[in-house]
Design a protein. Structure first.
Ligand code: FES
Length: 79
């Protein structure tokens, strides 16, 4: 597996809490999108640890093609 799996072609809105660390799924296989559930185990992908700087609603990438991980950058529009 060299390309991540497309979990969804739309970002997922999540409520981030300031100071909390989240593990964003980069492989696309997690059943708990957009977060890692360990499904990357047999792939070359690893989750991205992201600590929220502020409490807010954020749109996290689910197509796994964003250049601004873990946030959606609109890359899903080209899929
Ligand atoms: Fe996708 Fe962990 S399940 S990075």
């Amino acid at each position: 597996m060299t390309e991540p799996t497309i979990a969804s072609k739309e970002p997922i809105a999540v409520d981030l809490q300031a100071g909390e660390t989240y593990h964003w799924c980069s492989c696309g296989l997690s059943q708990k999108q957009p977060f890692c559930d360990g499904s990357h185990k047999d792939t070359e992908f690893t989750p991205l640890a992201y600590t929220a700087e502020e409490t807010k609603t954020a749109y996290l990438c689910a197509c796994k093609r964003t250049k601004g991980q873990p946030f959606c950058d609109g890359s899903h529009k080209d899929l």
